[in-house]
Design a protein around this ligand. Sequence first.
Ligand code: DAH
Length: 340
Amino acid sequence: MSTHGQLKSHVLEEISKATSLTELEDIRINSLGKKGHITLLMKEVGQKSPEERKAMGAELNILKDTLTEAFDYRKAQLENAALNARLASETLDVSLPPRPSPRGRIHPLSHVLDQAIHIFGQMGFIVAEGPDIEEDFYNFTALNIPPEHPARQEQDTFYLPALEDNQPLVLRTHTSPVQIRTMIKGKPPIRIIAPGRTYRSENDATHTPMFHQIEGLVIDTSTHMGHLKGCLEEFFHLFFEDSSIKLRFRPGYFPFTEPSAEVDMWWKESKWLEIGGCGMVHPNVLRNCNINPEIYQGFAFGMGLERLTMLKYGIEDLRLFFESDLRWLTYYGFEPEARE
Ligand code: DAH
């Protein structure tokens, strides 16, 4: 076999063994590239005698064509294999069941809030809202709590820097300011509930700095305390799904109601639990909102949502409500479908 014959079978073998396109390209550059063996041999042809030149030239040209053909063939083979591999690996199996996606749960407080809104909604109440960052006027003054009133200290208020107009700002300590906003904006008859976040600077086993209240307000020409009692009784019977639940109205004091009462619920045939405050809206509060107390009167109430939630679902520790612990949320939370 001539030297060219050996070279040919060597390169052909290399070509057939190449397992990737880059490997194949390296082999091609090594033989047919600018400085490849065969290119160099072809350059040498020029220095040979005319006879040798002719024979060698023809032989090298055939070699070059054969190898080029072999390269093209192997290249097509490797490209095909790469394509097949891609097709195999990228196949979509439409018969596979979908992967389960993680599902959230409804926080017990949101669930109870939905229930409360639903029940009061059926009784003709609409939802009113106000800001969490409240002006001192709405949170205190208009509610008949003047600047020196001790109730301001009792409520462990979070104060915020005043704005340019020097109106002191607070994180609202109760949902009662929504009463004021509603009465200033609208005209009686009024029948609203105002659920929302409230804030006080206290933190222990039974108090968190942020908690939720639900406020109620009814103003009309002939609303009286009997309506207030009936309304709260109806709510508690529906909320706890127990029409034997008894409420007790104890004389109490709130600056914004007169008379005022604390509301207790007879719990599990064993004890009275305090669940909120209420009363007939104080004439001063009506006047602060440009409502004539000679014509209109009404009642208001406020209660803690966490308390209601803990009682209804047997949740013991208040602080866990706001820890965002997934185990707690999974245990006490509700399926989205269960939301009314
Ligand atoms: N705002 C009171 C509090 O946070 C609760 C309350 C009592 C609201 C009596 C009322 C009410 O509307 O009439 O302690």
